[in-house]
Ligand binder design. Structure first.
Ligand SMILES: [Zn+2]
Length: 260
């Protein structure tokens, strides 16, 4: 083998060895003028990557639940949402107040939502700022079809997708009981992902690993559950939360589920 050939083979091997590192450093295009680099764990601007769920598998939420557009979820999540709403309707002060402001969002629609408010004359100056409150396209749990944003109606004193939802009885009820229907809070206060606290944003993983559809959902969120656990969540022993709120209408406790 000639020296030149050895050099060529060696250079090719070095380049192949470098390929993963080079790939990690490549920026991901998000909007026409915005991109972001992904970290070693695949996150972009704090958010983990998610593929898009098959739209044929999605079911619509009950009539009247959705505000602002259709609310579609994976079948098992939609079934448990119906059970959750039925339970909520039996609680005075909560009954009839829970709505869905956003559920499944395609990656392309997420791009419109994310990019539409970035610019010199817009609410956010950069993708990094925008990502504090909305996930970039291809990095949103909403694309999976397992996640929804709850809203409250009527709610004259608290806008949608705002942490003030927990001051409403229905928001407090979700914190205490959504786990019983397989939903967990993706972005708890002070989460290590650096995403804002989102007490309105819940993802479905099933009440147990054996629940219909739960294995598929838990596989989708496995990396998130391992690195950034939901609180209250279904993978963790529920923490005891001591409320300092004045006259809490509902106790902030998280009952243990059978088999957990
Ligand atoms: Zn959300």
């Amino acid at each position: 083998m000639t020296l030149l050939l050895k050099i060529i083979i060696g250079a090719c091997g070095w380049l192949l060895g470098m390929a993963p590192a080079l790939a990690l450093a490549l920026p991901v295009p998000l909007c026409a003028t915005q991109s972001a680099e992904t970290g070693a764990d695949g996150r972009a601007l704090g958010h983990l990557p998610y593929g898009q769920g098959a739209e044929a598998d999605l079911l619509s939420a009950p009539p009247g639940f959705s505000i602002g557009g259709p609310c579609r979820l994976q079948r098992a999540a939609a079934d448990d949402l119906i059970r959750l709403l039925q339970a909520a309707d039996a609680v005075p002060g909560v009954a009839g107040t829970l709505r869905g402001v956003s559920c499944f969002r395609s990656i392309e629609y997420q791009r419109q939502v994310f990019c539409g408010q970035i610019g010199a004359d817009k609410r956010f100056a950069s993708a990094a700022e925008r990502a504090r409150v909305v996930a970039p396209p291809a990095f949103s749990e909403h694309a999976t079809g397992y996640t929804l944003d709850f809203a409250i109606r009527p709610s004259p004193d608290c806008p949608d997708v705002d942490a003030c939802i927990i001051w409403h009885p229905a928001g407090r009820w979700l914190l205490a009981h959504a786990r019983e229907f397989g939903f967990e809070l993706s972005f708890p206060a002070g989460n290590a992902q650096g995403v804002s606290w989102e007490p309105w944003h819940w993802r479905w993983v099933g009440t147990s690993p054996r629940a219909p559809g739960a294995a598929a959902a838990r596989a989708v969120f496995a990396r998130a559950a391992a690195n950034y656990p939901a609180i209250p969540g279904l993978y963790l022993k529920p923490p005891r939360v001591v409320s300092t709120l004045p006259q809490p209408a509902f106790p902030l406790y998280f009952p243990r589920l059978p088999g957990m």
